[in-house]
Ligand binder design. Sequence first.
Ligand code: AMP
Length: 363
Amino acid sequence: MRPTSPSPRVIAPGSTIGILGGGQLGRMTALAAANLGYKCEIFEPQRGCPASQVSNGHIAGSYDNEADLLRFVSKVDVITLEFENVPVKTLQILESYKPMRPGPKALELSQDRIVEKSFLNNCGIPTAPWAKVETAEEMEMAVEKLGRPSVLKTARFGYDGKGQIKITEGMDVIAAWKDLNKVRCVLEGFVSFTKEISVIVARSATGETKAYEPVENSHKNHILDTTTVPASITDEQAKTAMDYAIKAVEGLELIGLLAVEMFVTTDGEILVNEVAPRPHNSGHWTQDACVTSQFEQLVRAVCGLPLGSVERLGRAEMKNLLGNDINNWPAILAEPGAHLHLYGKAEAKPGRKMGHVNRLFKD
Ligand code: AMP
């Protein structure tokens, strides 16, 4: 018999969680769900994807095929996502059948930098100064307002530094916008920062929120390389960063996780860069260095369970294994204090996230 639910809002262990997207984030969510006695059903076009390898079922459907979506909803009790580029329309269809956590509003926001920055600023959360660019005239006005250097980013579908151009002295700004195919963009003032940090915050179906402490991120070629925790910032900066993350998740009334990436400026200010309504690469350290991992926290949040402790057990570092880095697995396994996580991807293409290692150190 399935465990009984203490309240209609609680989705009890034994139920099935549907996950949109089948990458490593879905895989690690499914593993955490299994630990709590849940089943997972993956919706992802690609067969043999990392999440499907560790889940109960996989629908290799298409996000705009209603019959595929209906097959999916018939198998699940609640739905979450691990991938942001799902059409908002898909979420609107799904939420008319089953609880969709997070819902379309959070997804819409994270897909569009203009909507995202407007929302953050309306919540009183500071970002880099920015201006929208939809015409050549707006491009010129934006550069006049924000100066050079500044950063031109496509409003939609940019990630890991793709869809971005740094506007420098002497550059033909209209040509730069044309290089981005004249799509809707934002121009951001260039932030002089000392550190990039992030906070992952959970909000449960019951409205309870819990934020992990800020972590420090370093990137190589625009891809996350290492996350270090604790971040070397002041207690006041840490509190401000966590307050912004909580404000954002509450403003969105999001159920699930929100990852909030921020800059610490040379003046010591915290500015939010972007948000993602899902587990995040900069939260992988929680798997081995926290009482509750971000993946378990997501399961707890979407199922309406009490959120787990975000207490950190020691100092930690997460390092991504990209492409052929994965070949170091024997040495990593031999290291005391190292926890290896591999994603089951068949081909180690250059720059592809193949796994990560969490290293724990005594405080
Ligand atoms: P994003 O795609 O917005 O996450 O940007 C990718 C990376 O570009 C960030 O992690 C920063 O290192 C850098 N970056 C983005 N926006 C700015 C900015 N306004 N000023 C300075 N650096 C930036």
